[in-house]
Ligand binder design. Structure first.
Ligand code: CA
Length: 756
């Protein structure tokens, strides 16, 4: 399967005129041609190689479109597998951020020719990946059981369809809302419908007035119609296609109203699929082209631009343009219309780590809108979100919205109300929104004892302590930057050291600690879950992003710190799954990679390989990150090594391939790894381009011999955000052997709070 897939893609690339410069030492002209949405779709609940679906979309679009092979309500909306369970059931408008979270506001279109078959099994069709075209901006597939070719080209809030039917007395179009719709009607050549998408559990927090209104406009008369099918879940319309013909559809939706959905139809103009396909391609290229790679390794190019595509989907902007030019969004919290942006469908526990660093650097115009949206989250719900989907969900831990806010501001991206965000940060650190992940569960104990105890009924308490301590440092930094008083800042600066309170010197690791001050009994560093979140103590003990030097002090110095990291990579991939009473997929994904207890398939471990930069052994970061890039990622359907998670695992690759990674995002520094490409040029409008080159680079030369920044040799193990912004030239020189004398001075290490 993998081999066939590769052949298909290579053929597609050779055929593309836009890639004529490939391999000739020039930047590629059409980077989107290298992005493959099918990468990571060979996944199921027991084993994830990405857990993504092939979204056809515009960058940060309000709606994505995806082929649907899974049954309605199955989070695995599209799976690469072939077989009776994986027939095509429709092309769906989706807002799903992850199979584990489920969808909302979803509806699907499906052309059928075997009678007016509405039922999702009766209408399902065989298809082949060889008769399928999946790109970031266009999706097409041949539905063999209906002898129909379906094409879809989206804008942000609409999509153009072309259905190439065979000769039939009557061919049909199924509209499946998969929810108890409040309305479904047909007027002339238009179908109007709504979808709440409250199909899965835990959706009670979405306001009842948060409804997806959609309109489908056909260019062909309906020769038969039926609505109210399956308890009001859909409609079927028929076309006499006795001579065989193409039917064009314009589809648009809105969370505001039917009238707004009709206005959103205007995004499509005349609805010409070919033109919208080209416009989508141009938009992706315009934005992706800000990072222009020159290299001759086609697999690496494909992985890089696939990851860049995945880094440009979430979070999703719910804002819509009203006729008076105002931007508004329907609030999923209070159901009302509010002015401005609201970005949703991201889990900050995952994405704070590097996704927002990428957006803040490469797409500052979006980053500014995201921050304005953060203000709106707080104004409309009383809290900043932690897992936004589209309301506050009860999933994962931490108060990492603090990092997303602080990082942006410290990198020069200011929201429209920085004092309101300060208020939101302070509030979130001292309150908890019951039944969600927002605010801080256990904040009272954390504030009084300096840690979240493990014996007061709060699970994942040690992980919470570590993340709250980092979040406190972020709040301190933000408050300082906007000029808050020493008195206001002091508690946050103090609590930033709270990671020390759960460190066990005996084990040289973090542990659960009881309210009476004693550590929890029966400690097993291999045990996943319990006091930690989807990880064990070996992995989570490194979650001191703002003070690795302070952590090294606790461990007994740099040598011990480095040895402890070595141990994680060098040990066997053994584990204790007893907390979960079974092997969760994240554990399995660690085990099969045979890379010790390093679990790149889940987010809390993803910075560990970069930590050697803090202890005078940067060559180990270079060797490890190069190995992770080349062995844990591949541009194939099983291309990721675990859940991709809304751009985070992709952004890790995008940064790492450029040669650095934001271990502590709000420090505005990037720890250095091993650049993958010969040359990368970053061009952001209004800025001087940054050219990152790596002389002597190859598969076998992962080590850095020397670095110069604008002609000046640097022994530092990091770059600053200022260096990236001011542009110029970063030159790496690569080598087969580690330069064990370079980057070893304490002053070469990146930022640590305790060294300030
Ligand atoms: Ca994850």
């Amino acid at each position: 399967m993998t081999k066939a897939f590769r052949t298909t893609i290579i053929s597609a690339i050779i055929l593309s005129a836009g890639l004529s410069a490939y391999g000739k030492g020039k930047a590629i002209e059409s980077p989107v041609d290298f992005a493959n949405p099918l990468v990571g779709t060979l996944s199921n609940p027991a084993f994830s190689t990405g857990n993504v679906y092939p979204a056809a979309a515009r960058p940060w679009g309000m709606n994505f479109w995806t082929p649907q092979t899974g049954k309605n309500d199955d989070g695995w909306i599209y799976s690469y597998y072939l077989g009776i369970s994986y027939k095509m059931r429709g092309i769906a408008q989706t807002h799903q951020p992850s199979p584990w979270m489920g969808d909302y506001g979803k509806f699907a279109l499906m052309p059928v020719t075997n009678g007016a078959a509405f039922d999702q099994d009766a209408r399902a069709s065989w298809f082949s990946h060889k008769s399928e075209i999946s790109t970031p901006y266009y999706y097409a597939v041949y539905l063999s059981e209906h002898d129909t070719y379906v094409e879809c080209a989206p804008t942000s809030r609409a999509a153009a369809f072309r259905l190439s039917y065979p000769e039939r007395e009557m061919s049909y179009l199924v509209v499946d809302c998969n929810c108890d719709v409040s309305e479904m009607r047909i007027e002339g050549r238009r179908i109007y419908g709504t979808s709440h998408g409250l199909g899965r559990a835990q959706r009670g927090d979405i306001h009842k007035d948060f409804i997806n209104y959609f309109v489908i406009e056909s260019d062909t008369d309906f020769d038969s119609t039926a609505t109210g099918l399956c308890s009001g879940k859909g409609a079927v319309v028929g076309f006499k296609t006795s001579r065989g013909q193409k039917v064009g559809l314009k589809v648009a939706s809105s969370f505001v109203s039917f009238e707004q959905a009709e206005r959103n139809l205007e995004e499509l103009g005349d609805g010409d699929v070919d033109r919208i396909r080209q416009e989508g391609k141009d938009e992706w290229n315009r934005l992706m082209g800000r990072v222009a790679v020159e290299d001759d390794n086609i697999d690496n190019l494909r992985m890089f631009y696939t990851c860049l595509y995945r880094s440009m989907l979430f979070p999703r902007d719910l804002a819509e343009h009203m006729p008076d030019g105002k931007l508004v969004h329907r609030s999923p919290y209070d159901g009302k219309l509010h002015e401005g942006h609201l970005f949703v469908d991201t889990g900050f526990w995952d994405t704070f780590r590097s996704l927002f660093a990428l957006v803040d650097w490469i797409f500052p115009e979006i980053a500014k809108d995201v921050q304005d949206g953060m203000v709106n989250h707080y104004l409309e719900s009383g809290f900043l979100p932690e897992w936004s989907n589209p309301c506050h969900r009860n999933c994962m831990i931490g108060n990492n919205s603090a990092s997303v806010v602080a990082e942006a501001y410290l990198k020069g991206i200011s929201s429209n109300d920085r004092d309101k965000l300060w208020e939101a940060l302070v509030h979130g650190a001292n309150d908890y929104l019951h039944g969600t992940a927002s605010g801080r569960l256990g904040y009272k104990e954390y504030n009084s004892l300096g840690y979240v105890p493990c014996d007061i009924g709060i699970h994942e308490n040690a992980a919470r302590t570590l993340e709250y301590a980092h979040n406190d440092w972020c709040i301190y930094k933000y408050g300082k930057a906007i000029g808050r008083s020493e008195e206001e800042l002091a508690p946050f600066a103090e609590r930033a050291y709270n990671y020390r309170n759960i460190y066990s010197a005996e084990d040289h690791l973090m542990r659960g600690r009881k309210a009476d001050g004693n550590f929890a009994e029966n400690f097993n560093p291999l045990k996943w879950g319990g006091d930690f979140t989807e990880g064990n103590s070996l992995q989570y003990s490194w979650s001191v992003l703002h003070d690795p030097a302070g952590l090294a002090d606790l461990m007994g110095g740099n040598e011990a710190f480095a040895r402890n990291i070595d141990e994680i990579f060098d040990m066997p991939p053994i584990y204790d799954e007893s907390y979960y009473k079974g092997v969760i997929h994240e554990i399995r994904e660690m085990e099969v990679m045979n890379y010790g207890n390093y679990a790149h398939g889940n987010q809390p471990a993803q910075h560990i390989a970069y930590l050697y930069n803090w202890c005078g052994q940067p060559w180990k970061s270079q060797m490890r990150t190069r190995e992770i890039m080349t062995r844990f990622y591949s541009p194939t359907p099983d291309g990721y090594c675990g859940d991709e998670d809304n751009g985070q695992t992709s952004a890790w690759y995008v940064f790492s391939a450029m040669g650095f990674y934001p271990v502590c995002p709000a420090s505005c520094q990037y720890a250095i790894g091993s650049p993958l490409f010969k040359k990368v040029t970053v061009s952001v409008p209004g800025r001087k381009p940054l050219v990152i080159s790596a002389d002597n680079n190859s598969k076998d030369r992962a080590y850095i011999e020397s670095i110069s920044v604008n002609g000046k040799t640097s022994t530092k193990n990091y770059f600053t955000h200022g260096q990236l912004l001011s542009g110029g030239k970063i030159k790496f020189r690569m080598s087969e052997v580690p330069a064990t004398g370079r980057g070893t001075d304490p002053e070469d290490a990146p930022y640590s709070f305790s060294r300030e």
